[in-house]
Structure formats: C-alpha cells, structure tokens
Design a protein around this ligand. Structure first.
Ligand SMILES: [Zn+2]
Length: 316
C-alpha cells in the first residue's frame, strides 16, 4: 500500500479504493460448514491457535477473515453490476487452500470460492476461476469439483505444497472436464508461463464462454520468492494481467482479481502495481531484471500432456 501510495496510484482518478465489508456467516456458509466457521470464531475469540501447522489464527483473525471474504464479494458485486469495469480484491488472509471444513496453507476462508458461490447465487451460470498462484488451489478445486458452473484452471509449480493438482484431476460427475490443472516444472519463467497460459486458457475460454472471470493472484511465482522456485518477473505478472483482461474482454469483460500468496516483500509492490495499471488502463510499468529460466521445450511437452488429458472435454 505504501508503494502504491508513493507512486500516486491510490490518488489516481482511474483507481477507486473501497473499504471491504464484513461477509456474513451466511455468505461464508456458501462454501464452509457452519461448525468450521464457529470453530474459527471460538479459537479467535479465546486468543488464537493453529488450524494446521502453517495456519495461525490470532485474536483478530475471525474478523479479518470475514472482511477478506467480504472484500471479494464486494469486488464481484461491483463488477457484476457494471459499476466498475474490473477490480482487485487486495485482501489477506489468502483463501485458495481453505477447504469446506478446514483451514490450510495460511488460508482460513476460501475468499474466491465464496465470491464464485455468490455470483452463482445471483444468477451467473458460468464462472471461470484462473489460479495463477504458485501453489495449487486445492480448496477451490474441491469446492467446485463436481460443478460445471465453475471452470477451475490452475497453473502451479509441481512437487510443492499442497501436493494436489496433477493434470489427471479433471473433475467428477457433472463437473468432469471442468477442472484443468497445469503442473509446471520449477524454474518456469515469463516466456514459458505465458506460453502455457495462452495455449490452455484461450481454447478453454472460447469453448466455455465465461460470464465472469475470477483470478487467484499469487505473486509467489516471482523469482525472488523465498518459498517457491519459479522464475517469473514483475513484467511477467503484468503480461498475465494483460492476457486475462484481453480474454475477459471477449466475453463481456467482467473480471475480478483476488490476492492469494506471495512472500517476497520486495517483489510484490512492483508486480501488484503493474497489474493494477493494466486493470486501470494506466500506461506505466515497473521493470525487473532478466532471469534465466528452464526453457520453452520443457514446458511445451507438459502443455501437450495437459491438452491430451482434456481432449475428451474441450476442443484442444
Ligand atoms: Zn501460493
């Protein structure tokens, strides 16, 4: 926020800053069991505890997690109504690892799943969730694993937490084909990542024709991130936003980005500012150094495997 403020983005007439509203328990219950919501409330009220070895709850966590979920809902509603062209829900804690009955991987409530459920409840029939966090969004995938109303596409580093997201996980029942996983090797860089995203996202979107796109944004794909091994740059993060905005534009343009992970405090400000400028139509870019990456050939093979797994469902 300091970086955005110092660079004049928060005072730009092209950007509005809204305070998130608290999600109601009914909103959160669209994606989580009441017993779990009450459990988080109780732990938070009595001063804190752990939901799993990574996931800390402190005295304020319940309130903050409700506001994070509320921020996603607010962003989705403002864009659904046409009041705003797009939005970025700049919230923490993140959400995509949170399951129906449990919190995991720093996530308490699954903000993006709650926003998607809210859109479905309000009449949207086809939501596309694109998860560009470095980790697989197990919680989001499971929320919609048997639903054709939400197409979940995740690109992630393979072999790290949470261990899910292999390309053969394609959904079940009515949702078969509506989960698409692109597990990528470590040291994937901007060029390889954009190749994989374009090759998979564009044909999928053409077939599915999403009415609304929600994006789980993790800046932990950045080369400087301390807990992952990808090689994206802040310029790459800008390219991702450009592509997603472009794809959304072909289907009515409704798109909301939501913050998930990202642990390099030096990288997040530049990556975020680049994405916000794309969303707001501001012609500014914060550059980054060039980094060596794995090379396109290694990623091309994986993308072919993904297409092969999804061929029964989509016209790849
Ligand atoms: Zn992550």
């Amino acid at each position: 926020m300091q970086f955005l403020r110092e660079n004049g983005l928060l005072s730009s007439s092209d950007i509005s800053l809204l305070e998130p509203e608290r999600a109601t328990v009914d909103d959160v219950a669209l994606n989580h069991d009441l017993e779990y919501i009450e459990y988080v409330h109780r732990i938070s009220d009595r001063g804190g505890g752990m939901l799993d070895p990574d996931t800390v709850v402190t005295r304020g966590s319940y309130e903050v997690a409700l506001r994070a979920a509320g921020g996603g809902i607010l962003a989705a509603r403002k864009v659904a109504s046409g009041e705003f062209k797009n939005a970025f829900a700049l919230v923490r804690p993140p959400g995509h690892h949170a399951e129906r009955r449990s919190g995991h991987g720093f996530c308490i409530f699954n903000n993006i799943a709650i926003a998607a459920h809210t859109l479905l409840r309000e009449g949207v029939k086809r939501v596309l969730i694109v998860d560009v966090d470095c980790h697989h969004g197990n919680g989001t995938q499971n929320s919609f694993y048997s639903s054709p109303n939400v197409l979940y596409l995740s690109l992630h580093q393979w072999g790290i937490y949470p261990g899910t997201g292999w390309l053969e996980e394609v959904g079940v029942g009515d949702g078969e084909g509506y989960t698409v996983n692109v597990p990528l090797p470590s040291r994937t860089g901007d060029r390889e990542y954009m190749y994989a995203l374009e090759e998979v996202l564009i044909p999928l979107a053409d077939d599915y024709k999403p009415e609304f796109i929600l994006v789980s944004v993790g800046f932990d794909t950045h080369y400087s991130d301390p807990i992952t091994m990808m090689r994206l740059t802040s310029v790459g993060h800008r390219r991702i936003a450009e592509l997603l905005l472009n794809v959304a534009g072909r289907f009515g343009g409704k798109i909301v980005f939501m913050l998930e992970g990202g642990y390099s405090l030096s990288a997040i400000p530049r990556s975020l500012a680049n994405m916000l400028c794309v969303l707001a139509g501001i012609d500014r870019e914060w550059g980054d150094k060039e980094v060596e990456s794995i090379g396109l050939e290694r990623v091309k093979g994986r993308v072919e495997e993904v297409k092969h797994a999804l061929k029964p469902y989509w016209s790849f």
